[in-house]
Write a protein that binds this ligand. Structure first.
Ligand SMILES: *Cc1c(COP(=O)(O)O)cnc(C)c1O
Length: 485
């Protein structure tokens, strides 16, 4: 038996490379990572390929090992050379991602030590770091001491957890879910609709409140709808307001909405996944006035704090409500119950075993300080305004409202009488994607096609905006020439 065990051990020990091998592996990966970053300014932000990385499927798993060098080559060819490059500062579509470098190092350390950040007993230091991140964001919102929250994988899960907390706090029984009413606007992020489904509230009534000409919820209309629903015996449950809609960057009038929520005792959740970190700026603070009155807030460090994907957060004004909704115990966890200095992430979310994601936020914030983050966010606001002003100098460009934060939309209206404006703008966005140097996405607002510019990468600077303007004008002229032929 011992011999057999030893035989297995010999093979199993291959999972633990020795010092020399670790150094060599790390050096290869480091070399790849550094080349990736050095080469970033020359790389396209979008690469259209015919085979769509299908070659990777010709390398299935097997019992045999593969050289790291070959695997890095595969990653380079199949992953890093096709599709969107969110690390690029010229990615200005959707909501751009981040990826500040120290976060990668923190992820490395978190994975190497594999600290368990779920419960305080297991890693008091890791949990304190996560809770410091939460406290810093609560302070940013203007929340009281009684607030708290959880670091999630992203905004979608944070919104879901917020919804479930509101639902549980209301005390309504599942039999009454069909009488519940949820208020939002048509511009709400689609993950909220998903959350409603996951939260068992698919049969509840959704009221999409009318918006003003800047795509912001009309508080007066919200108030009237709630009154009406109450008269009809329905149960107004939750208001989903947005602090920076994904599509258009609109910030709902939070102060007024908070007043209405309070008057009717309805839970107010503010989805600030995109816009939240603009609270570090003067303009953001002014736009999001009233956010501190929300019962819960979603904010995404992997957007406005420039962290790599995998970092969202739910903040709740009274953390007890989150705890009451999410806390549960089991006999195999009894050892963990004695250590209670700090709230444990596992008591505040559906997750148990989880990545120590606080470290990737803590390290860059400590290393750089908050100042450059604030400057970068102010820079994004200014760049968006600059683009808004400059793009109008291109003849035929029609812009949406002045940007509230760092998203704006526009379209080109061809003067040629045969031209179909929607088609033209679709072709324009296709032409930009084919070119690939800069990436912008498009959207439809009431059947009108618009191009969107979203500035949120910490790597986007003035020269990148100038390049967008230059390429845009060139592509418009090329498409126009097509019409006059
Ligand atoms: C991005 C976004 C979400 C979704 O968050 P993920 O982190 O992508 O899961 C939700 N709401 C808004 C307003 C967003 O911009």
């Amino acid at each position: 038996m011992k011999n057999q065990i030893k035989e297995l051990e010999k093979e199993a020990r291959k999972l633990e490379p020795d010092f020399k091998d670790r150094i060599s592996m790390t050096a290869k990966v480091m070399h790849y990572g550094q080349n990736f970053l050095e080469d970033l300014p020359n790389k396209k932000s979008f690469i259209e390929t015919d085979d769509k990385a299908s070659e990777i499927r010709n390398h299935p798993f097997s019992e045999h090992s593969t050289e790291l060098k070959d695997l890095l080559n595969l990653i380079e060819d199949q992953v890093d050379s096709a599709g969107l490059n969110p690390a690029s500062g010229r990615h200005m579509g959707y909501i751009p991602g981040g990826g500040v470098y120290p976060s990668a190092l923190a992820d490395f350390l978190a994975a190497v030590s594999n600290r368990y950040a779920g419960v305080f007993f297991s890693s008091p230091g890791a949990v304190r770091i996560e809770n410091m991140c939460i406290r810093w964001m609560c302070d940013l919102i203007g929340y009281p001491e009684s607030s708290g929250g959880n670091l999630s994988s992203g905004g979608s899960i944070a919104n879901l957890t917020g919804l479930v907390t509101a639902r549980d706090h209301s005390g309504i029984s599942s039999k009454d879910f069909e009488n519940a009413v949820i208020y939002t606007t048509r511009q709400v992020h689609h993950c909220v609709i998903k959350a409603i489904k996951f939260g068992g509230l698919a049969d509840a009534t959704m009221r999409t409140i009318e918006m003003d000409d800047r795509y912001r919820m009309k508080p007066q209309v919200l108030d009237e709808r709630i009154e009406e629903d109450k008269r009809e015996g329905l149960i107004p449950l939750i208001i989903f307001a947005s602090a920076g809609t994904t599509d258009l960057g609109a910030v709902d009038p939070l102060e007024d909405i908070a007043g209405i929520a309070e008057k009717h005792s309805i839970w107010l959740h503010v989805d600030a996944a995109y816009g939240g970190f603009f609270l570090l700026t003067k303009r953001g603070k002014q736009k999001m006035k009233g956010i501190e009155k929300a019962d819960s807030v979603t904010i995404d460090p992997h957007k406005g704090l420039f962290l790599p994907y995998g970092s969202g957060a739910l903040l709740v004004r009274d953390v007890q409500k989150l705890y009451d909704s999410q806390h549960m115990t089991a006999n195999y966890l009894q050892d963990t119950l004695s250590a209670t200095d700090e709230l444990s992430p596992a008591d505040l979310s559906p997750e148990l075993s989880k990545h120590f994601r606080g470290l990737r936020m803590w390290l860059p914030l400590k290393l750089f300080g908050v100042k450059p983050f604030r400057a970068a966010l102010n820079e994004k606001l200014a760049l968006t305004n600059y683009f808004y002003q400059e793009v109008q100098k291109i003849e035929g460009i029609e812009v949406g409202p002045e940007p509230e934060l760092s998203v704006m939309f526009f379209r080109y209206v061809p003067s040629h009488r045969d031209a179909d404006t929607n088609k033209f703008n679709k072709k324009l966005v296709d032409a930009l994607h084919k070119d690939g140097r800069v990436f912008l996405s498009s959207t439809s607002i009431e059947d009108t096609v618009y191009l969107r510019l979203a500035v949120l990468s910490f790597r986007t600077h003035l020269e990148d905006i100038e390049l967008v303007l230059e390429i845009l004008e060139k592509k418009i002229n090329e498409l126009k020439a097509g019409y006059s032929k």
